[in-house]
Design a protein around this ligand. Structure first.
Ligand SMILES: NC(=O)c1ccc[n+]([C@@H]2O[C@H](COP(=O)([O-])OP(=O)(O)OC[C@H]3O[C@@H](n4cnc5c(N)ncnc54)[C@H](O)[C@@H]3O)[C@@H](O)[C@H]2O)c1
Ligand SMILES: O=C(O)C[C@H](O)C(=O)O
Length: 309
Protein backbone atom coordinates (compact mmCIF):
# COMPACT_ATOMS: atom_id res chain seq x y z
CA UNK A 1 0.00 0.00 0.00
CA UNK A 2 1.22 3.51 -0.74
CA UNK A 3 0.62 6.62 1.32
CA UNK A 4 1.46 10.14 0.28
CA UNK A 5 2.34 12.82 2.78
CA UNK A 6 3.07 16.21 1.32
CA UNK A 7 6.17 15.74 -0.84
CA UNK A 8 6.97 12.39 0.69
CA UNK A 9 5.80 9.04 -0.71
CA UNK A 10 6.14 6.05 1.57
CA UNK A 11 5.51 2.46 0.57
CA UNK A 12 4.14 0.41 3.43
CA UNK A 13 2.22 -2.73 4.05
CA UNK A 14 -0.04 -3.29 6.98
CA UNK A 15 -0.93 -6.76 5.78
CA UNK A 16 2.44 -8.48 6.04
CA UNK A 17 3.15 -10.78 8.96
CA UNK A 18 5.30 -8.06 10.52
CA UNK A 19 4.71 -4.47 9.49
CA UNK A 20 7.65 -3.09 7.53
CA UNK A 21 6.90 0.36 8.79
CA UNK A 22 4.33 1.49 11.29
CA UNK A 23 2.93 4.96 11.56
CA UNK A 24 1.34 6.21 14.75
CA UNK A 25 -0.86 9.28 15.19
CA UNK A 26 -1.23 10.75 18.66
CA UNK A 27 -4.35 12.89 18.95
CA UNK A 28 -3.75 14.85 22.17
CA UNK A 29 -0.12 15.30 23.14
CA UNK A 30 -0.50 15.98 26.85
CA UNK A 31 0.90 13.80 29.63
CA UNK A 32 -0.37 10.47 28.33
CA UNK A 33 -0.18 11.16 24.58
CA UNK A 34 3.24 12.80 24.88
CA UNK A 35 4.55 9.97 27.05
CA UNK A 36 3.40 7.26 24.65
CA UNK A 37 4.73 9.21 21.65
CA UNK A 38 8.20 9.44 23.21
CA UNK A 39 8.14 5.76 24.10
CA UNK A 40 7.05 4.83 20.56
CA UNK A 41 9.82 6.89 18.98
CA UNK A 42 12.51 5.28 21.15
CA UNK A 43 11.13 1.75 20.56
CA UNK A 44 12.41 1.41 17.01
CA UNK A 45 8.99 0.05 16.06
CA UNK A 46 7.58 3.08 14.28
CA UNK A 47 8.95 5.08 11.40
CA UNK A 48 6.42 7.88 11.24
CA UNK A 49 4.69 9.87 13.97
CA UNK A 50 1.87 12.38 13.61
CA UNK A 51 1.22 14.63 16.58
CA UNK A 52 -1.88 16.74 17.06
CA UNK A 53 -3.08 18.96 19.89
CA UNK A 54 -5.33 22.02 20.01
CA UNK A 55 -2.73 23.71 22.20
CA UNK A 56 -0.34 24.91 19.47
CA UNK A 57 2.44 25.90 21.86
CA UNK A 58 2.38 22.50 23.54
CA UNK A 59 2.20 20.71 20.18
CA UNK A 60 5.25 22.55 18.85
CA UNK A 61 7.14 21.92 22.09
CA UNK A 62 6.34 18.19 22.01
CA UNK A 63 7.38 18.00 18.36
CA UNK A 64 10.72 19.67 19.07
CA UNK A 65 11.39 17.57 22.14
CA UNK A 66 10.79 14.41 20.10
CA UNK A 67 12.86 15.65 17.14
CA UNK A 68 15.74 16.24 19.57
CA UNK A 69 15.73 12.51 20.38
CA UNK A 70 17.28 12.13 16.90
CA UNK A 71 15.61 8.76 16.34
CA UNK A 72 14.94 7.62 12.74
CA UNK A 73 11.28 8.63 12.82
CA UNK A 74 9.71 11.31 10.64
CA UNK A 75 7.39 13.63 12.55
CA UNK A 76 4.39 15.52 11.19
CA UNK A 77 2.04 17.94 12.91
CA UNK A 78 -0.29 18.18 9.93
CA UNK A 79 -3.72 16.89 11.06
CA UNK A 80 -4.43 15.61 7.54
CA UNK A 81 -1.73 12.95 8.09
CA UNK A 82 -3.65 11.37 10.99
CA UNK A 83 -5.98 9.55 8.59
CA UNK A 84 -3.13 7.70 6.87
CA UNK A 85 -1.55 6.32 10.02
CA UNK A 86 -1.77 2.64 10.87
CA UNK A 87 -2.73 3.36 14.49
CA UNK A 88 -4.44 6.40 16.00
CA UNK A 89 -4.05 6.92 19.73
CA UNK A 90 -6.84 9.08 21.10
CA UNK A 91 -5.61 10.86 24.22
CA UNK A 92 -7.08 14.36 23.74
CA UNK A 93 -9.49 15.92 26.17
CA UNK A 94 -10.11 16.74 29.74
CA UNK A 95 -8.60 14.58 32.50
CA UNK A 96 -10.06 14.37 36.01
CA UNK A 97 -8.98 16.56 38.86
CA UNK A 98 -9.78 16.14 42.56
CA UNK A 99 -13.21 17.73 42.09
CA UNK A 100 -14.31 15.43 39.27
CA UNK A 101 -15.40 12.35 41.15
CA UNK A 102 -16.02 9.91 38.29
CA UNK A 103 -14.61 9.38 34.81
CA UNK A 104 -18.17 9.29 33.46
CA UNK A 105 -18.55 12.92 34.54
CA UNK A 106 -16.07 13.84 31.77
CA UNK A 107 -18.41 12.56 29.07
CA UNK A 108 -20.09 15.82 28.01
CA UNK A 109 -16.73 17.65 27.82
CA UNK A 110 -14.97 14.94 25.85
CA UNK A 111 -17.63 13.85 23.32
CA UNK A 112 -17.02 16.99 21.18
CA UNK A 113 -13.29 16.16 21.15
CA UNK A 114 -14.08 12.63 19.95
CA UNK A 115 -16.27 14.14 17.22
CA UNK A 116 -13.32 16.27 16.08
CA UNK A 117 -11.19 13.14 15.74
CA UNK A 118 -13.94 11.29 13.86
CA UNK A 119 -14.18 14.18 11.37
CA UNK A 120 -10.43 13.93 10.70
CA UNK A 121 -10.46 10.19 9.85
CA UNK A 122 -13.29 9.45 7.40
CA UNK A 123 -13.31 5.80 6.18
CA UNK A 124 -10.37 5.08 8.45
CA UNK A 125 -8.68 1.74 7.73
CA UNK A 126 -6.29 1.50 10.67
CA UNK A 127 -6.74 0.82 14.38
CA UNK A 128 -8.01 3.32 16.96
CA UNK A 129 -6.87 3.04 20.58
CA UNK A 130 -9.16 5.04 22.88
CA UNK A 131 -7.68 6.32 26.12
CA UNK A 132 -9.61 9.52 26.81
CA UNK A 133 -12.18 9.10 29.57
CA UNK A 134 -14.76 7.84 29.91
CA UNK A 135 -12.92 5.35 27.72
CA UNK A 136 -15.65 2.71 27.31
CA UNK A 137 -18.33 5.16 26.29
CA UNK A 138 -16.03 7.10 23.97
CA UNK A 139 -14.96 3.82 22.35
CA UNK A 140 -18.59 3.14 21.56
CA UNK A 141 -19.15 6.72 20.41
CA UNK A 142 -16.15 6.63 18.06
CA UNK A 143 -17.17 3.22 16.72
CA UNK A 144 -20.53 4.70 15.73
CA UNK A 145 -19.09 7.98 14.49
CA UNK A 146 -16.34 6.43 12.33
CA UNK A 147 -18.16 3.20 11.32
CA UNK A 148 -14.88 1.38 11.75
CA UNK A 149 -15.13 -2.44 12.08
CA UNK A 150 -15.51 -3.25 15.78
CA UNK A 151 -12.30 -5.28 15.82
CA UNK A 152 -10.35 -2.13 14.93
CA UNK A 153 -11.34 0.03 17.87
CA UNK A 154 -9.84 -0.80 21.25
CA UNK A 155 -10.63 0.95 24.52
CA UNK A 156 -7.82 1.13 27.07
CA UNK A 157 -8.28 0.79 30.84
CA UNK A 158 -8.65 -2.88 31.81
CA UNK A 159 -4.92 -3.57 31.72
CA UNK A 160 -4.31 -0.69 34.10
CA UNK A 161 -7.17 -1.66 36.40
CA UNK A 162 -5.94 -5.25 36.43
CA UNK A 163 -2.42 -4.10 37.36
CA UNK A 164 -3.89 -2.09 40.24
CA UNK A 165 -5.93 -5.12 41.30
CA UNK A 166 -2.80 -7.27 41.30
CA UNK A 167 -1.01 -4.66 43.39
CA UNK A 168 -3.88 -4.61 45.87
CA UNK A 169 -3.98 -8.41 46.10
CA UNK A 170 -0.24 -8.52 46.75
CA UNK A 171 -0.62 -5.84 49.44
CA UNK A 172 -3.11 -8.07 51.20
CA UNK A 173 -0.82 -11.08 50.79
CA UNK A 174 -3.37 -12.73 48.50
CA UNK A 175 -1.00 -14.53 46.21
CA UNK A 176 -2.68 -14.78 42.81
CA UNK A 177 -3.23 -12.83 39.64
CA UNK A 178 -6.47 -11.00 39.14
CA UNK A 179 -8.15 -9.30 36.20
CA UNK A 180 -10.70 -6.51 36.01
CA UNK A 181 -13.57 -6.56 33.55
CA UNK A 182 -16.45 -4.12 33.08
CA UNK A 183 -16.20 -0.34 33.06
CA UNK A 184 -12.94 1.56 33.38
CA UNK A 185 -14.54 3.48 36.22
CA UNK A 186 -16.80 3.02 39.22
CA UNK A 187 -18.37 -0.09 37.69
CA UNK A 188 -15.21 -2.10 37.37
CA UNK A 189 -15.51 -5.82 38.10
CA UNK A 190 -12.65 -7.62 39.87
CA UNK A 191 -12.63 -11.27 38.86
CA UNK A 192 -11.90 -13.53 41.82
CA UNK A 193 -13.34 -16.77 40.48
CA UNK A 194 -10.38 -17.39 38.18
CA UNK A 195 -7.79 -16.88 40.89
CA UNK A 196 -8.35 -20.34 42.33
CA UNK A 197 -8.90 -18.78 45.77
CA UNK A 198 -12.10 -18.48 47.73
CA UNK A 199 -12.33 -14.78 48.56
CA UNK A 200 -15.28 -13.85 50.79
CA UNK A 201 -17.79 -11.22 49.65
CA UNK A 202 -16.91 -8.61 52.36
CA UNK A 203 -13.24 -8.81 51.33
CA UNK A 204 -14.20 -8.53 47.66
CA UNK A 205 -16.34 -5.45 48.44
CA UNK A 206 -13.50 -3.89 50.40
CA UNK A 207 -10.99 -4.50 47.58
CA UNK A 208 -13.44 -3.02 45.06
CA UNK A 209 -13.82 0.10 47.19
CA UNK A 210 -10.05 0.52 47.30
CA UNK A 211 -9.76 0.02 43.54
CA UNK A 212 -12.38 2.67 42.82
CA UNK A 213 -10.14 5.18 44.57
CA UNK A 214 -6.81 3.91 43.28
CA UNK A 215 -6.17 6.56 40.63
CA UNK A 216 -7.64 9.42 42.68
CA UNK A 217 -4.88 8.87 45.25
CA UNK A 218 -2.38 9.64 42.47
CA UNK A 219 -4.39 12.54 41.05
CA UNK A 220 -4.44 14.13 44.53
CA UNK A 221 -0.70 13.73 44.92
CA UNK A 222 0.66 14.66 41.49
CA UNK A 223 -2.25 16.00 39.43
CA UNK A 224 -2.73 12.96 37.18
CA UNK A 225 -1.81 9.35 36.58
CA UNK A 226 0.96 8.99 34.07
CA UNK A 227 3.65 6.29 34.25
CA UNK A 228 1.40 3.25 34.63
CA UNK A 229 -1.05 4.28 31.86
CA UNK A 230 1.81 5.10 29.49
CA UNK A 231 3.49 1.76 30.24
CA UNK A 232 0.35 -0.31 29.64
CA UNK A 233 -0.83 1.68 26.61
CA UNK A 234 2.55 1.09 25.00
CA UNK A 235 2.30 -2.63 25.76
CA UNK A 236 -1.04 -2.64 23.91
CA UNK A 237 0.34 -0.75 20.90
CA UNK A 238 3.42 -2.96 20.82
CA UNK A 239 1.14 -6.03 20.78
CA UNK A 240 -0.64 -4.61 17.74
CA UNK A 241 2.54 -3.71 15.87
CA UNK A 242 4.22 -7.04 16.57
CA UNK A 243 1.06 -9.07 15.93
CA UNK A 244 1.82 -10.58 19.32
CA UNK A 245 -1.57 -12.23 19.93
CA UNK A 246 -1.43 -11.02 23.53
CA UNK A 247 -4.17 -11.78 26.05
CA UNK A 248 -5.23 -8.44 27.48
CA UNK A 249 -8.28 -6.87 29.08
CA UNK A 250 -9.51 -4.14 26.75
CA UNK A 251 -12.77 -2.38 26.11
CA UNK A 252 -14.45 -4.04 23.12
CA UNK A 253 -17.73 -3.40 21.36
CA UNK A 254 -20.10 -6.12 22.55
CA UNK A 255 -22.58 -7.71 20.18
CA UNK A 256 -24.06 -10.43 22.34
CA UNK A 257 -20.90 -11.40 24.24
CA UNK A 258 -21.64 -11.77 27.96
CA UNK A 259 -25.30 -11.25 26.97
CA UNK A 260 -24.92 -7.56 26.10
CA UNK A 261 -25.13 -5.35 23.02
CA UNK A 262 -24.96 -1.58 22.57
CA UNK A 263 -21.90 -0.85 24.66
CA UNK A 264 -18.14 -1.25 24.88
CA UNK A 265 -16.78 -2.89 28.04
CA UNK A 266 -13.59 -4.33 29.42
CA UNK A 267 -13.43 -8.03 28.47
CA UNK A 268 -10.62 -10.53 27.85
CA UNK A 269 -9.40 -10.14 24.26
CA UNK A 270 -6.56 -11.33 22.06
CA UNK A 271 -4.69 -8.41 20.48
CA UNK A 272 -2.74 -8.57 17.24
CA UNK A 273 -2.06 -6.72 14.03
CA UNK A 274 -5.72 -6.62 13.03
CA UNK A 275 -6.78 -5.27 16.40
CA UNK A 276 -9.13 -7.39 18.50
CA UNK A 277 -8.71 -10.90 17.12
CA UNK A 278 -11.15 -12.51 19.53
CA UNK A 279 -13.18 -11.90 22.66
CA UNK A 280 -13.13 -14.59 25.32
CA UNK A 281 -16.23 -15.27 27.39
CA UNK A 282 -15.31 -16.27 30.92
CA UNK A 283 -17.69 -18.01 33.29
CA UNK A 284 -18.37 -15.55 36.09
CA UNK A 285 -19.72 -16.32 39.54
CA UNK A 286 -22.86 -14.68 40.92
CA UNK A 287 -21.10 -11.70 42.57
CA UNK A 288 -19.10 -11.03 39.38
CA UNK A 289 -22.14 -11.47 37.13
CA UNK A 290 -24.16 -8.99 39.19
CA UNK A 291 -21.37 -6.41 39.00
CA UNK A 292 -20.83 -7.02 35.28
CA UNK A 293 -24.57 -6.55 34.73
CA UNK A 294 -24.44 -3.21 36.61
CA UNK A 295 -21.46 -2.11 34.51
CA UNK A 296 -23.21 -3.02 31.26
CA UNK A 297 -26.42 -1.27 32.28
CA UNK A 298 -24.59 1.88 33.35
CA UNK A 299 -22.37 2.08 30.25
CA UNK A 300 -25.18 1.11 27.81
CA UNK A 301 -27.40 3.90 29.14
CA UNK A 302 -24.70 6.48 28.50
CA UNK A 303 -23.85 4.98 25.08
CA UNK A 304 -27.51 5.21 24.11
CA UNK A 305 -27.70 8.83 25.30
CA UNK A 306 -24.71 10.03 23.27
CA UNK A 307 -25.26 8.01 20.13
CA UNK A 308 -29.06 8.51 19.94
CA UNK A 309 -29.60 4.73 19.48
N1 LIG B 1 -8.27 5.02 29.95
C1 LIG B 1 -7.32 5.16 30.89
O1 LIG B 1 -6.92 4.21 31.57
C2 LIG B 1 -6.72 6.51 31.11
C3 LIG B 1 -5.52 6.65 31.82
C4 LIG B 1 -4.99 7.92 31.98
C5 LIG B 1 -5.64 9.03 31.43
N2 LIG B 1 -6.81 8.84 30.77
C6 LIG B 1 -7.53 9.96 30.15
O2 LIG B 1 -6.74 10.41 29.03
C7 LIG B 1 -7.08 11.78 28.78
C8 LIG B 1 -5.78 12.58 28.69
O3 LIG B 1 -5.13 12.61 29.94
P1 LIG B 1 -3.79 13.48 30.15
O4 LIG B 1 -3.37 13.27 31.54
O5 LIG B 1 -2.85 13.22 29.05
O6 LIG B 1 -4.39 14.95 30.00
P2 LIG B 1 -3.61 16.26 29.52
O7 LIG B 1 -4.44 17.43 29.92
O8 LIG B 1 -2.20 16.19 29.95
O9 LIG B 1 -3.64 16.10 27.93
C9 LIG B 1 -4.80 16.23 27.19
C10 LIG B 1 -4.46 16.99 25.94
O10 LIG B 1 -5.61 17.04 25.11
C11 LIG B 1 -5.55 18.30 24.44
N3 LIG B 1 -6.87 18.62 23.91
C12 LIG B 1 -7.98 18.98 24.59
N4 LIG B 1 -8.99 19.19 23.73
C13 LIG B 1 -8.51 18.94 22.50
C14 LIG B 1 -9.08 18.98 21.19
N5 LIG B 1 -10.36 19.32 20.99
N6 LIG B 1 -8.28 18.66 20.14
C15 LIG B 1 -6.99 18.33 20.34
N7 LIG B 1 -6.40 18.29 21.54
C16 LIG B 1 -7.16 18.58 22.61
C17 LIG B 1 -5.08 19.29 25.51
O11 LIG B 1 -4.55 20.45 24.93
C18 LIG B 1 -4.04 18.45 26.22
O12 LIG B 1 -2.74 18.66 25.71
C19 LIG B 1 -8.00 12.20 29.92
O13 LIG B 1 -9.35 12.12 29.51
C20 LIG B 1 -7.72 11.18 31.00
O14 LIG B 1 -8.78 11.03 31.89
C21 LIG B 1 -7.36 7.62 30.61
O1 LIG C 1 -8.55 8.04 37.06
C1 LIG C 1 -8.44 8.80 36.11
O2 LIG C 1 -9.19 9.77 35.97
C2 LIG C 1 -7.35 8.60 35.09
C3 LIG C 1 -7.31 7.22 34.51
O3 LIG C 1 -8.56 6.76 34.10
C4 LIG C 1 -6.66 6.23 35.43
O4 LIG C 1 -7.30 5.24 35.80
O5 LIG C 1 -5.48 6.42 35.77
Amino acid sequence: MKREMGMMVIIYSSFLSVWDMTSLAVFGTGRIGGGVAARAVSSGLIDHLVLYDCNQALLEAQRLDIEHMRCPVSVSINPIDIAICDIVLYTAGLPRNQNIKTRAALLDCNVPVASELAALIPNYKGIIVVVTNPADILTYFLWKATRIPKSRIIGFGGQLDSARFQYELANRSIRCDGMILGEHGEHQVPIFSKTGLNVDIPIRDDILLTLRNASMEIIKGKGATEYAPVYHIWHLIESIIKDARTDLICSAILEGEYGFTGCSLGVPVVIGREGIISIQEWDLDTWENDHFHSAATFVSDLCRRISHD
